[in-house]
Every structure is written in C-alpha cells, then in structure tokens.
Write a protein that binds this ligand. Structure first.
Ligand code: NAD
Ligand code: DAU
Length: 432
C-alpha cells in the first residue's frame, strides 16, 4: 500500500475523502514534519492534536497539493484539471489568476468571448503549461461533451453567464439562452460524464455554480438580510434567468445525486470589471469629465464585495462545501449608490487633481431610473463563516482604493476595452 494523501483537518465538513478509503490517526510533530516537510510548524513545539488523513489507494494519481496548518486545505488530484466556464470575464479571470498563484492543478477555461470576455485579462498566465483555453459556447453540446471526455475534469466552476441587468432589460434573449439553456446543457453533459466515473471519482467530483443574490428579490429598509432559505423572488430578466439556473442545479443534485454546490454572491467590484457596471463606469467617466449617471434617487442599496474575496470564497466552497448546499457570500458592506459615487469622486479628487472636472462630484447627474430597479440587497453571510470559516478580508474603504488605483495603473487595458480594440484582437486571434 502507498501513502498518497495527507491533510490537516480542523473542520468536520472538511473531509472530502470517502470514509472507506481512509484511516485517521494522530501522530506527533516529528512524524508530521517528516511526512509533510513544507507544513508550517513552530520549532520545538509539538503541534496540538493534529488529525492526519492517510489515503491508502491503489491508483497513483492522488497527491497532496497544499497543506495549510489547521485551516483551509485543498485536496485535488494534481493530474486532473478543473474546468472553468466564463473564465475570461471579470470574476472568472480574477479566479483563474488567483488559482495559478495558489494551486498546482491544471485549469481549462471554456469561454465564448462575448463582449464581456477578454483574454487579455489572462495574459500573465496564458503560456503556463497548466492553462488551456477553449473558445466556445456552453450551449454547444458536442463541444462540452468533447471537453469533458478529453480533459476529464475533477471539478467544474461555472461562471459563464450574461451578467448585466440593464442589458437583460433591453434584450433578454441571450440571458435565457446562456444562463438557462446553456446551464442546462452543461448540467446534462456533466451528468452523462459523471455517471460514467468510478464510484470514488463520482463522490469526489464537484459542480460549483456561481450565482447571485439578485435571485432573492428586493428588500425593504428594515428587512433582514438574505439567508440561504430566503424564498426566491427574482425581478429582472437577468435575475429570473439566474434563478432558473439555480433551480436546475438544485434539481440535478436532488434527482441524480450530482455533487453540486451553489454560491449566491452580492455585488462584486475590483480589477478587470467591464465598464458597464457602476463602479468602473464612474471611475472612467469621472477621469474623462463625463457625466456620472445615477439612476432614480441614488438611494438604492447594494452589498459590495471585493472580487478577490469572492474568489477566495469560491475556492473555499469548492474544497470544503457540502454537496447539495448553497452558500451566501457577501461583504457586510451595504452602501447607497450615491454614497459609492461620492466616495469614488473624493478619492479621485486626491489621486487625479488635474482631471478636466474637479471636484469630480460636479459630474454627478441623476437620470431616469432602471425599470423594476430593486431597492436593496443585503447578504447574511453567517453560514459560510460558521461552516467554512470564510470572511471577507477587504473593507469597502481598502477595496475601493485598490480598485481605483488598479484602473489608474492599467490605462492600456482601459483603452483597449473602451475603444473596443480588444475585440479586433480577439477576431484575429480566434478567427479559426
Ligand atoms: P462577466 O459578464 O464579466 O463575464 C461573463 C463571462 O462569461 C465572459 O467571459 C463571457 O465571454 C462568458 N460567456 C458568456 N456567455 C457565454 C457562453 N454562452 N458560453 C461560454 N462563455 C460565455 O460576468 P461576471 O461579472 O464575471 O460574473 C460571472 C458570474 O458570476 C455570472 O454567473 C454572474 O451571474 C455571477 N455573479 C456576478 C456578480 C457581479 O457582481 N459581477 C455577483 C454575483 C454573481
Ligand atoms: O447583486 C449581484 C449583481 O450585481 C450581479 O449578479 C450582477 O451580475 C452585477 O451586474 C450586479 O448587478 P447590479 O445591477 O446591482 O450592478 P450595476 O453595477 O449594474 O448597478 C449597481 C447599482 O448602481 C444599481 O442599483 C444600479 C445603479 N446604477 C448602475 C449603473 C450602470 C446607476 O445608478 N447608474 C449606472 O450607470
């Protein structure tokens, strides 16, 4: 028998190994250091009872890829990739960049490269041997089947979606096609692939669906924040399409036993966000002396989360989440839109005092409200904190500074996105 895996396990739900394959023993510090030399230990002090899991397996492909003392641990097969859909978008590209900083496991990115997908976000890792890009649509049955059969992923993180509420109001078709039909197609092909895996592989497989807090509808000023059991009440074509996809994911777990996980997250902000969304739009318009459009009275409330915190939460749910469960992810940062815009203007006054219009708040312009505009979102993120020990690292104050500085320092990216130059590059690069 060969020892192929070892992990520190401080969390009762953290154990992803099928029980019949495991033995649990306690060993002293010396033995631990010998078995896992890169595990951080305090010199001379025995680690307090530290539970190790040994996997005795016949197959050679299981290996430890990261051990973090008594906290998060990710046990993945190094030679089996994970498949990410929509990884050239805002959150997906942040997730992939973080993945390659922290993990050894290969990753395949399947993305259609709509207007929101920009492979330039990933230039820094694009020549990494562990990264593979597949240009295509999640609605393409043959393609998805081929990727699954050829790449044999051990997990899927499903980001691909149409994501902008205003676009869904102008034209819902693509939202139904990608978010509902596309997700259904991915689930169907994954079900076929998963059903042919061996039993241990089936148990370890994960399908993580990245969803939104908008499925819960709109809150009044003193309503409690959304919890995982808050009834669904989507109000826009976008949120209705995401709600439909959440229900499908739930049904595939309940009916077929597919090991699914769903995250419902609040508003993200940070690097690489397409400037149709409030925060990057305001930063870029303010710099150019253009109006800063505020819908309605500007008193709508969103709960803002720095994107890297979201990516960390997704990683935690992937590694330690319980199949069939949903996890709400939020920043504990409820802010009115007007307050957000004024904060950005104040910071830009300091950073860019030579801009065409200063103070930048003189550019604030109240415009017609978004039809059906949800008044307030707020996430109760206590479940993911309690069960998976995740909390956001950034405050809004630290996250928004980082975000503004990123947009100031990445003028080339901004220019390519705002002029559409990256689209020409995509056409050239991916035309065959
Ligand atoms: P985004 O619009 O920036 O990126 C979407 C990505 O999906 C793009 O790369 C696009 O090319 C790709 N895509 C779209 N249609 C596709 C298709 N048919 N096949 C393959 N790829 C396709 O979106 P985002 O803001 O990064 O959001 C990612 C996910 O997170 C979405 O599912 C969204 O609903 C969810 N979410 C977003 C937020 C947020 O604040 N942005 C918050 C919570 C949840
Ligand atoms: O809550 C999570 C959702 O957050 C995600 O599921 C969506 O994919 C993401 O786009 C985001 O949706 P919102 O509609 O909340 O984000 P947006 O940035 O478009 O708008 C934020 C708020 O700002 C909202 O109340 C509308 C308002 N707004 C937006 C724009 C673009 C304005 O007042 N002016 C604007 O120009």
């Amino acid at each position: 028998m060969v020892i192929l895996g070892i992990s520190g396990n401080s969390h009762p739900r953290g154990n992803r190994w099928p029980l019949r394959w495991q033995k649990r023993i306690n060993i002293p510090n010396a033995g631990l250091a010998k078995l896992a030399p890169d595990l951080p230990t305090k010199a001379g002090s025995p680690i307090p009872p530290f539970q190790l899991q040994f996997r005795f397996a016949a197959r050679e492909d299981w290996r430890l890829i990261s051990v973090v003392q008594r906290r998060e641990r990710v046990l993945l097969r190094m030679n089996k990739p994970i498949l990410v859909t929509g990884g050239a978008g805002f959150i997906g590209s942040n997730f992939i960049l973080r993945w390659f900083e922290q993990e050894q496991t290969p990753l395949i990115n399947l993305d259609k490269l709509t207007y929101a997908g920009n492979p330039r976000n990933l230039v820094s890792i694009s020549s990494d041997d562990r990264y593979q890009f597949v240009h295509g649509d999640i609605g393409d049955r043959e393609l998805v089947t081929r990727v699954l059969r050829e790449q044999r992923p051990q997990a899927i993180v499903h980001f691909a979606a149409e994501s902008h509420v205003d676009r869904s109001i102008l034209g819902p078709d693509d939202f139904i096609q990608t978010n509902v039909v596309g997700t259904f197609n991915v689930l169907e092909q994954v079900r076929a692939y998963w059903s042919e895996l061996s039993e241990p592989e089936q148990q370890d497989f994960r399908f993580l669906h990245v969803s939104t807090d908008e499925v819960y509808g709109s809150l009044g000023p003193s309503d409690p924040a959304f919890r995982e059991n808050t009834p669904y009440s989507p109000n826009s074509p976008y949120s209705a399409s995401k709600a439909a996809s959440d229900h499908l994911v739930r049904a595939y777990h309940h009916t077929y036993g597919l090991p699914t996980l769903t995250t419902n997250c609040s508003n993200n902000y940070g690097p690489y966000q397409f400037p149709e969304k409030l925060i990057p739009l305001v930063i870029l318009n303010a710099r150019r002396g253009k109006p800063l459009p505020i819908y309605g009275d500007g008193q709508n409330v969103r709960d803002w989360l720095y994107v890297v915190d979201h990516c960390e939460a997704i990683g935690r749910v992937l590694a330690e989440g319980k199949p069939g469960e949903t996890y709400n992810v939020g920043g504990w940062n409820e802010k009115k839109n007007l307050e957000i815009v004024e904060t950005i203007c104040g910071l830009l006054d300091d950073f860019c005092s030579q801009d065409p219009v200063v103070p930048h708040r003189n550019l604030i312009t109240f415009v017609k409200d978004r039809p059906g505009h949800d008044r307030r979102y707020a996430i109760d993120a206590r479940k993911i904190e309690r069960e998976l020990n995740w909390r956001p690292r950034e405050t809004f104050e630290s996250g928004i500074r980082k975000t503004i500085l990123w947009y100031l320092e990445n003028e080339k990216w901004v220019n390519e996105v705002t002029t559409g130059a990256y689209r020409q590059w995509i056409e050239k690069q991916y035309s065959t």
